[in-house]
Design a binder for this molecule. Structure first.
Ligand code: CU
Length: 330
């Protein structure tokens, strides 16, 4: 009886909620999000960002500078990505925010008198309908100024992007940036709209009692045993079928590719035999109540505004590491 209760509880947690996706909205497709580690800043950031001259001058006004040094450690990093606009109207990336940095700005690098400078983009980055804008080293980037802690390769951070739509309204999108030294390499598989469920009860009041204690120890017999799940879209742009067969992350002791199905009128979830098939040209959705990447035996709680690094392993041998923001189901 108790065991059944646990199972139901787990399912409730995993079924509740869904997230708005670019594909569903026909909206903004944001991919290949990554950010520089800070540990080897001097070597990897390049002249524009690593040298004292570069970071001291162009970054902003006096008030901004004052703010910079009040809280964090003065270290900077930058996040990059590709944004494809499928909304049918021109949009602008007008601002960004991240909990890892005291100040987050939308920047560009320009040459002024043969000197590279970076500065906030006036009016934001314009993304015409149907086009892709790339944020990359030496060009547009999300500047993370005065970090609250160092960024290490193999981890991830969450960035909230605010877009201004043609009608003047704004739309926020939360993305995860994988922290790594190099840009993601081109891949036939496109991962978008990844998110993971927060753990702990503080974000899900109605499930407080149900999720409070027993899930882990009982279910898996190790660690504090909290569970979560990650969801996303995977589009196969290649010319061969592939399969998502496994995944791994530092934050979980056990990661499995799961599906939910009905057995004798009872919802159950279980590992997907042979992995999730990714047909050529198709977009496969991992979502609550369906396919998901099950994160078990978490080493620590997952909180909103953070992100985890998740490596997806495919049958073809391809491995993709993505940043997955922790987001409350909507
Ligand atoms: Cu599961």
């Amino acid at each position: 009886m108790f065991k059944r209760l646990l199972l139901l509880t787990l399912l409730l947690v995993l079924l509740a909620g869904t997230n708005i996706s670019a594909q569903e909205a026909g909206g903004l497709v944001i991919t290949n999000v990554w950010a520089r580690p800070t540990g080897v800043k001097a070597e990897s950031m390049g002249d524009a960002m690593a040298t004292p001259e570069a970071t001291a001058e162009p970054m902003g006004n006096a008030g901004h500078m004052g703010q910079m040094h009040a809280v964090g450690n003065g270290t900077v990093s930058a996040a990059y990505m590709q944004i494809t606009n499928q909304t049918g109207q021109t949009v602008r990336l007008v601002s960004a925010a991240s909990t890892v940095a005291t100040v987050t700005e939308v920047h560009e690098v320009t040459m002024v008198d043969n000197v590279m400078q970076m500065h906030p983009v006036e009016g934001g980055i314009e993304i015409p309908a149907g086009e892709t804008v790339e944020l990359r080293p030496g060009g547009y980037h999300i500047m993370l100024i005065d970090l609250l802690h160092d960024l290490y390769a193999g981890e991830a951070l969450a960035v909230t992007l605010t877009f201004e739509m043609a009608d003047g309204t704004t739309q926020d999108r939360i993305v995860g940036a994988a922290i790594q030294d190099e840009p993601p390499s081109a891949s036939p598989l496109l991962i978008t709209d990844a998110w993971a469920r927060p753990t702990g009860v503080r974000t899900m009041n109605d499930m407080a009692e149900a999720t409070a204690e027993p899930m882990g120890g009982m279910a898996h017999g190790m660690g504090d045993g909290a569970v979560s799940a990650a969801y996303m879209y995977i589009e196969n742009l290649g010319d061969a079928e592939d399969r998502l067969v496994a995944a791994r992350t530092d934050v979980a002791g056990l990661v499995e590719i799961h599906e939910v199905n009905m057995v004798d009128n009872v919802m159950q979830m279980r590992p997907v035999e042979g992995g999730i098939v990714l047909p050529v040209g198709d977009v496969v959705e991992l979502r609550p109540g369906g396919y998901h990447v099950m994160l078990m035996d978490l080493h620590h709680d997952l909180y909103v505004d953070e992100a985890i690094s998740l490596t997806l392993v495919f049958e073809s041998g391809l491995e993709l590491t993505v940043g997955v923001p922790v987001v409350e189901p909507q």
